[in-house]
Write a protein that binds this ligand. Structure first.
Ligand code: PFF
Length: 442
């Protein structure tokens, strides 16, 4: 028997859940290290252009497909284009959900461990030694990854309204307040001027580095949860009458603000203590604790706030990753949400163990990168843009102009024709160009 499909309780429930998906480790952990490595402002400018020219249309396209078909990422393409190859976009999405959540759960676990440490008095000894000691331990990070995945599974298990929507309604406002408070505090530490220069003063040399383009575009996809059907799946729980453009605009603006304000938390503190922004993936875990330690008692409190923030942001995104796969398997196997959540959650946890072990416990590398770093770059910079490319090509070239306008809710907008043009030409060409540049420079 077919169960009745779930729906959001309200439009704001949807917006907060989608925002929860977008705002995550990508805005804080990934954004800060990618920007640090990408020369600061050059990365920021290319990232902002990508968000506008590629992110907005791709999000609207995912929303249109989801709301129109009211089904999961794979079935959506089957319904719209039966017996065609387009469903590869949905399949790629489900695969990406497994791959991304596998390493995302590892970092989420690190964040929980740090949250726990600061709640119980802060970390002891040299922060770098502590971090390296922790992540190279075979058992402890896997334990915390398990805890993080258990929380993720717990929320998705409860369903769209009682799990995802309710948790997002609680977490997103808390998250916003914590972030703004931390930024205000960080700006008083004395590194504000240098941070502003680093973030906003263009360094023209970095524009000539091709790797900055791929990492900035990859970041735009990753941070907006695009290219793998997460936004498509969330929009499939919308009432077919619900409007889309304003929701997409709100989510994009808030996600971008979140990344910028996170930058204002991290970089001023970093420069105030003369630390290096190009530390790489360990940036928030190795560098920030130095700052918390130097600040004494208030630093421990700042540490608690920061890692509560990071953990909640990670959790509200992880649930959307899990939901993509759970929604697919529930329909495909005609199984219950509860059973599928447990099974898929467990498989993804196991898939994440090599990522966790690759941080020092074992030597697991691919193309010279640790397994975790490889998964991060491979999915973000390649799989998501590729998934996004297929989706824009699908909508841009198999839907009529009227369908593109109607299903995106842009028929009565003055910028409707521009949207069609972007869906047909600008976004695909831009994604393709950056992908090619990225491949050449891999
Ligand atoms: N947008 C999330 C972040 O910025 O951390 C990551 C993410 C979630 C990517 C969901 C893709 C996705 F489907």
């Amino acid at each position: 028997m077919q169960q009745k499909r779930e729906q959001w309780g309200s439009r704001w429930g949807f917006i907060l859940a989608a925002m929860g998906s977008a705002v995550g480790l990508g805005n804080i952990w990934r954004f800060s290290y990618a920007m640090g490595e990408g020369g600061g402002s050059a990365f920021l400018i290319i990232y902002l252009v990508s968000v506008l020219v590629i992110g907005f249309p791709v999000m609207l396209i995912e929303f249109s497909i989801g709301r129109r078909t009211q089904t999961d990422a794979v079935d959506a393409f089957k319904k719209l284009a039966p017996k065609s190859g387009w469903l590869v976009a949905g399949g790629l999405g489900v695969l990406a959900a497994f791959l991304i959540l596998s390493f995302y759960g590892v970092i989420g676990g690190w964040s929980l461990r740090y949250m726990f440490e600061y709640m119980t008095g802060g970390i002891t000894g040299d922060p770098q030694d502590f971090f390296v000691g922790f992540i190279s331990d075979p058992a402890s990070p896997v334990f915390w990854q398990f805890v993080f995945m258990a929380l993720t599974v717990g929320i998705v298990f409860l369903g769209v309204q009682k799990g995802i929507e309710l948790s997002s309604k609680v977490m997103m406002p808390v998250l916003s307040i914590l972030l703004i408070g931390l930024a205000a505090y960080s700006l008083t530490l004395g590194g504000a001027e240098e941070a502003f220069a680093f973030m906003f003063q263009p360094d023209w040399d970095a524009f000539t580095d091709p790797s900055v383009y791929i990492s900035a575009m990859g970041q735009a996809f990753f941070t907006l949860s695009l290219g793998m059907g997460a936004m498509l799946t969330y929009a499939s729980y919308l009432d077919p009458e619900e409007r889309l453009t304003s929701s997409a605009a709100i989510i994009i603006v808030l996600d971008t603000l979140f990344a910028l304000v996170s930058g204002l938390v991290i970089f001023p503190a970093l420069f105030a203590f003369g630390l290096d922004p190009s530390e790489g993936a360990g940036l928030v875990f190795m560098v920030l604790p130095n700052i918390f330690e130097a600040l004494g008692g208030i630093g421990t409190l700042a540490g608690v706030v920061f890692f509560v923030l990071l953990s909640m942001a990670a959790l509200s995104s992880a649930i959307s990753l899990l939901e993509v796969a759970v929604a697919y398997f529930m329909r495909r196997l005609n199984a219950s949400r509860k059973a599928m959540t447990l099974v898929v959650g467990l498989v993804i946890f196991l898939l994440g163990v090599p990522s966790s072990l690759s941080q020092g416990a074992m030597d697991i590398t691919i193309l010279g990168d640790s397994f975790l770093d490889f998964m991060d770059a491979f999915t973000g910079n390649l799989v998501l843009p590729l998934g996004g490319l297929i989706m824009v090509l699908f909508v841009g070239w198999t839907w009529t102009k009227k369908e593109i306008l109607d299903h995106g809710d842009v028929a009565d907008q003055s910028w409707g024709p521009l949207y069609v043009l972007t869906a047909k030409f600008v976004a695909p060409v831009a994604i393709l160009l950056v992908l090619i540049i990225g491949m050449i420079n891999w």
